[in-house]
Design a protein around this ligand. Sequence first.
Ligand SMILES: Cc1cc2nc3c(=O)[nH]c(=O)nc-3n(C[C@H](O)[C@H](O)[C@H](O)COP(=O)(O)OP(=O)(O)OC[C@H]3O[C@@H](n4cnc5c(N)ncnc54)[C@H](O)[C@@H]3O)c2cc1C
Length: 404
Amino acid sequence: MGKTVLISGGGIAGPALAFWLRRAGFVPTVVEVAAGPRPGGQTVDLRGVSKTVAERMGLMPAVRERQLHERGMEYVRADGRRVAAMPVDLLDGAGPVAEIEILRGDLAGILADATSEVEYLYGDSITQLDQDANGVHVTFASGTRRRFDLVVGADGVHSRVRRLAFGPHDRFVQHLGGYTSYFTVETPEDLNHWMKTYTAPGGRWVALRPDHDPRFAKALLSFRSPVITYDYRDVEAQKALLLERFSGLGWHTQHLLARLTAADDFYFDSISRVAVPEWSQGRVALVGDAGYCGSPMAGHGTALALVGAYVLAGELAADGDHARAFSSYQRRMQAYVDQRMELPPGGIKMAMPMTATGIRYRDLMTRVITSKPFVGLLKAKPDVMELPNYSADRPLGVAAEQAE
Ligand SMILES: Cc1cc2nc3c(=O)[nH]c(=O)nc-3n(C[C@H](O)[C@H](O)[C@H](O)COP(=O)(O)OP(=O)(O)OC[C@H]3O[C@@H](n4cnc5c(N)ncnc54)[C@H](O)[C@@H]3O)c2cc1C
């Protein structure tokens, strides 16, 4: 039997890693605290090396079936009047809205289907990790104890594995000054394939993005704030917080708030950056947001998760020594991770200005940079990473033991 690998987190990075490890002859198990694959989230994009990984996984037919065709992003005022726009065709898919956009929940579903043969432990989580020279003893919240050769934390920004094996949350996670939430609503207007955003003074951002079903839209409410102490599993308290922060605002905000209480795919989190200097400790490694995340403002979280999972599995399959494999994984990924964690110019202050003057200035700047002489400045830079082709030079299909 191949090496056993416990992966904590069944979001994007976890299932992608399980997919490749299984193909390479390992025996992956995924433990996910939620009761099943988590729906929800807005659109995420695939481009450059992340699109190549999705192609190598054979996911593109399913991705293309669920792909959304957004026309771009519009800034609107409280009365719905358009004040600036970034059309996707202006940048040939190399701007903030990419050529391939897919709902995060759809991608999670596609990955769950692609890993239907993998063992998933839903509704459970790791509570203790004890490493020795030959493996890791894992204790689960359910009380079960099992032993694995390796453990990987793919459990997001609030990673439990990181806390247990690397150190406290605050050592690695930097609050960038805001919170964000996503949920689905009946659409209050025909978006005509545009993402529409409205900013109100006080650093409050309201947006709607198209859904597959034209009757619905993906709502986003974000606000600037220093750290708030809250239970990140207490959904009702988070909804109450948003009702308070956004009450009385214009555009479609009241429509969104009226539907917030009933939303069943609600997601809320801080806008945070995760930077872990070393992505492995002994037999435990991190992948995706758990180890490196520039925040939703930087974007690219899904790309980093897919590429990170591919490279981690590829290196483990190619080198039977997990310590060497973990360090090559980081060496190959680091420059790409650093590039994709960069925030857009002006960071949260530019994205969510506090004052009416700041909002007008941002809209003016958007009109300027989307005008002909400046439009090139908006183009996404090509990925700094050259994706290893494990299937050609170091086959991912090789059994783990053979690689040793
Ligand atoms: C429901 C949801 C909606 C999202 N929507 C967006 C979006 O609209 N835009 C955007 O840019 N990013 C969004 N994200 C974040 C985005 O998915 C990630 O930035 C990126 O895809 C990297 O994926 P990941 O697998 O590393 O992390 P995530 O996708 O966050 O997945 C982590 C998984 O680990 C699970 N988990 C957490 N703690 C534990 C634990 N102790 N034990 C076991 N499992 C645990 C979580 O339930 C989750 O399924 C969303 C995340 C989630 C969970």
